[in-house]
Design a protein around this ligand. Structure first.
Ligand SMILES: [Zn+2]
Length: 255
């Protein structure tokens, strides 16, 4: 039986925020040779050995396996369809593509087996918390079901204070074991929410980029290094200052 080997690469590109969260829609392109990829791209190798006769069939089935260490890339239906469309255009092969979700791969990621690529993407990582800043009790990594009642999100983990009465916790950027900020108790969480609600519109409105907005905020708060300016690192008082300076800025802009 004559077989035909078909190998190609689908390059999935995804933009990330500085905390490692995916932002915007992922895009995909297809090449026949192994591509050079940037940190925000993952080449998914698709290899098929097919009997020649199969090419007479109208539809081929392909299964995408996300390479080990790259499991933070969710192959969405959109990407599957994008790959199929590009293969159709570039190679004249009609495919139906299904993918295995990251949780089903043997390289399933956990905070104890984080993704190196996702970890490298987090700027200014904080050390893992060992003790609660509010009550000094030890801090554990827990499933966020213990906080929300059910597992929530693609990366359902959190650092949480072990004291029963404290309820301080912080989430982790996807596929890392890095805390997203310092541990927050209920008043701190509320204060950070209010601060983000007034700060995020500054860059979401595209008046400035997110990085520019943080440089501005660092200046307004007299934080010397803008890389150390993260709402997730702030206490209640600093969050209140964020609200004050942002509202002041918004008033000036509207005059
Ligand atoms: Zn505590």
């Amino acid at each position: 039986m004559t077989t035909v080997s078909v190998i190609f690469y689908a390059i999935v590109s995804q933009r990330f925020t500085s905390s490692g969260y995916a932002t915007g829609k992922p895009t995909v392109r297809v090449t026949k040779s192994k591509p050079d990829c940037s940190a925000t791209e993952v080449p998914v190798r698709i290899a098929m050995k097919l009997p020649e006769s199969l090419f007479k069939r109208p539809i081929l089935q392909a299964n995408i396996v996300v390479p080990e260490g790259e499991s933070q890339f969710q192959i969405t239906t959109e990407i599957e369809e994008g790959i199929a469309q590009l293969v159709q255009e570039g190679m004249g092969i009609t495919m139906r593509i299904t993918s295995r979700r990251w949780a089903m791969t043997s390289a399933a990621k956990t905070p104890w087996n984080p993704s190196r690529r996702a970890t490298a993407r987090v700027k200014n990582p904080l050390p893992a918390p060992t003790h609660c800043p509010y009550c000094s009790a030890p801090v554990d990594v827990v499933s966020n079901a213990e906080i929300y009642g059910r597992e929530y999100g693609d990366w359902p983990w959190a650092y949480r204070c072990t004291s029963k009465n404290c309820h301080a916790y912080v989430e982790l950027p996807p596929f890392t074991n890095i805390p997203l900020g310092t541990l927050a108790d209920a008043p701190t969480r509320e204060a950070r929410k209010r601060a983000k609600a007034v700060f995020n519109p500054l860059w979401q409105s595209e008046r400035m980029t997110r990085d520019e907005a943080y440089v501005w905020l660092a200046g307004a708060l007299s934080i010397a290094n803008s890389e150390e300016c993260h709402i997730g690192w702030f206490d209640v008082q600093t969050c209140q200052r964020v609200v004050t300076v942002c509202l002041h800025y918004a008033r000036e802009q509207n005059q």
